[in-house]
Design a binder for this molecule. Structure first.
Ligand code: PRP
Ligand code: 7HP
Length: 184
C-alpha cells in the first residue's frame, strides 16, 4: 500500500468485481436502448473507463467538469460548470457517472441542471457513497460501495490531485491533510 495510506478500503479485485456487476445490471436495465454516459471529471474518469467495458448496450460518452467553491472548509453548495457537455441531451437516456457522493451538493446541482435539458431519462451511478456526510437528499440509482466517513483516495479519487492512479481505494492518513508532507 502507498505509505500515505492508513488502510486499504477496497482492493483492486473487489472493485473490479463490483464494477462488472454494476455494468451488467446497467446493461440489463437499458436493454434495447442507447445510453449516454456523462462522466464527471476528473474523479470519475477511471471508474467510467472500466464501467463502460462491462455495459453491452451502445454507450456514448460525454464529460462535465464542475468546481465547488469553499471545498477546503467544507462545500458551500455553490457549483460552477468548468466544462459543459458537447452535445444536446434532449431525448437521450443519460447516466451520470460519479466517483463519490459525499454531501450530495455536486450531484444535486448536476441533476437539476441536466434535468432542465429534457433528457428521456436521467439516472446516477456512483462508485462510492458516503451517506454519513449527506447534506441534501439525492437519488442514487447505482452504487458500488458505501464507505465510512473517512477521506479516501485512489481509483480516480484524489487529495490535492494526488493518488488518482492507485488501483485500489485507501483511507488517507489524517496527518497527510493536516499539514503533513505528501509522500507521492
Ligand atoms: C468530488 C467528487 C464529486 C464531489 C462529491 O469532486 O468527484 O464530484 O467531490 O462531493 P459532494 O457530494 O460533497 O458534492 P472534486 O470537486 O473533488 O473534483 P475531482 O473529481 O476533480 O476530484
Ligand atoms: C470528495 C472526495 N474526494 C476524495 N475523497 C473523498 O473521501 C471525498 N469526499 N468528497
Amino acid at each position: 500500500m502507498h505509505p500515505d495510506g492508513e488502510r486499504v478500503l477496497l482492493e483492486e479485485e473487489e472493485i473490479r468485481k463490483r464494477v462488472r456487476e454494476l455494468g451488467e445490471q446497467i446493461a440489463g436495465d437499458y436493454a434495447g436502448k442507447e445510453l449516454l454516459a456523462v462522466g464527471i471529471l476528473k474523479g470519475a474518469m477511471i471508474f467510467l473507463a472500466d464501467l463502460v467495458r462491462f455495459i453491452s448496450v451502445p454507450v456514448f460518452f460525454d464529460f462535465m467538469a464542475v468546481s465547488s467553491y469553499g471545498k477546503s472548509t467544507g462545500p458551500s453548495g455553490a457549483v460552477r460548470i468548468l466544462k459543459d457537455l458537447e452535445r444536446d441531451i434532449e431525448g437521450c437516456h443519460v447516466l451520470v457517472v460519479e466517483d463519490i457522493v459525499d454531501t450530495g451538493l455536486t450531484l444535486s446541482y448536476l441533476v437539476g441542471n441536466l434535468q432542465s435539458r429534457r433528457p428521456a431519462s436521467l439516472k446516477v451511478c456512483t462508485l462510492l457513497d458516503k451517506p454519513a456526510r449527506r447534506r441534501v437528499d439525492v437519488v442514487v440509482d447505482y452504487r458500488g460501495f458505501v464507505v465510512p466517513d473517512r477521506f479516501v483516495v485512489g481509483y480516480g479519487l484524489d487529495y490535492n490531485e494526488c493518488y488518482r492512479n492507485l488501483p485500489y481505494v485507501m483511507v488517507l492518513r489524517p496527518a497527510v491533510y493536516k499539514g503533513g508532507n505528501l509522500n507521492v
